[in-house]
Design a protein around this ligand. Sequence first.
Ligand code: BG6
Length: 467
Amino acid sequence: MTSANEIKYSFPEGFWWGSAASATQTEGAADVDGKGKNIWDYWYEIEPNRFFDGVGPANTSQFYYKYKEDIKLMKEIGHNSFRMSISWSRLIPKGTGEVNPKAIEFYNNVINEFINNGIEPFVGLFHFDMPMELQKIGGWESREVVAAYEAFAKTCFELFGDRVKKWFTHNEPIVPVEGGYLYDFHYPNVVDFKKAVQVGYHTMLSSAKAIKAYRELKQDGKIGIVLNLTPSYPRSQNPADIKASVIADAFFNRSFLDPSVKGEFPQELLQILKEEGLMPVIEDGDLDIIKNNTVDILGVNYYQPRRVKAKENLPNPEAPFLPERFFDNYVMPGRKMNPHRGWEIYEKGIYDILINLKENYGNIECFISENGMGVEGEEKFRDENGIIQDDYRIEFIREHLKWVSKAIEEGSNVKGYHLWTFMDNWSWTNAYKNRYGFVSVNLNKDGERTIKKSGHWFKTVSDNNGF
Ligand code: BG6
């Protein structure tokens, strides 16, 4: 174990060390104890070929059954906090109406187990998992679904808010917009920018409405949102490249960041939407709700940067409208890659985000809510003692933490670091291809858990509050 005088990077007292996961990716028991179907259950039923190796969401990592063992392991590897999500279709199987007593029991047990083990549960309300009954009426395209979500959020606050003191309305809300309505990697697989804008707008409105409902209950906790902030770096300082990066930033980061923290949408985005006739339907009073219900705390997910350049060619005017009408993605020569996920690794990006929040977003209280490295075929790194020697993950985390530490020195209000993820889990259409966990899950041995080298290392970091 590292001794205190060897600590080069130490973190503020009470720093949140932990990890994050989501209900659909970990619970399994997808058709058990009254859970309703969500879009993932349904999509897998009709198109199993879309999922890596044809593996669906039915069983995932069995947290539903093994939560006690898992929470014990979290404690063992130094967690003082953990972000989970509540499955909407488990709690309210049809999305509205009747609440499932078995789900209340399950989430009560889980929350209590966390607290009894000294791990603070951070709870998310929506992590890509729209109840299927609500998708049938349009999902986030529909105003009715915004109302249903607000009711679901309120139910969660009332049931669990006495013990849960950190809530998150959405996880990466731009992703269902991209996946479901632009780039065809989430159900309902629509490619339609106008609908995408409406979906994004309704999601944002639902977040503000949930925040309003939370504050009205006066529960004495904090409520925020988790955003995947992907810094947009221009290829060069040429004005055309810079303009491309400003627009990419407005579409993919500021679209949710500005209204969540500042209560208003970025002008650059509004201008394009107006010029293109793509503004969403906004009802009277909506914008006031958004303005007056900004977040207390921001979760920052960071995996990769976005590099862009001015367009090389004129877009086909007949083609579906996509944000890429305004920029091309730039493949920087010599970039460092995680080849398994196809994502660039650029550690300084995490610092750039934190400094941007400090300088342009009132230094809002925040934490790194996801960061991590998915690797395929990790079994080959298992040693004779059965431990996966994932030194690459340790290096990945360490290099990012160094930049977090530098941001703290410069005054960033960042309060913690959560890895994606605690144990290997089901990664949407990538299923179990890439493994992200501190703990491995052996799917051939009833999901047997084994702590990886990174999990043991993380324990020392958490114990020393640094490394
Ligand atoms: C984030 C999500 O996008 O990144 C997680 O919040 C997801 O749900 C994680 O699993 C890693 O991405 P992927 O696509 O490799 O699973």
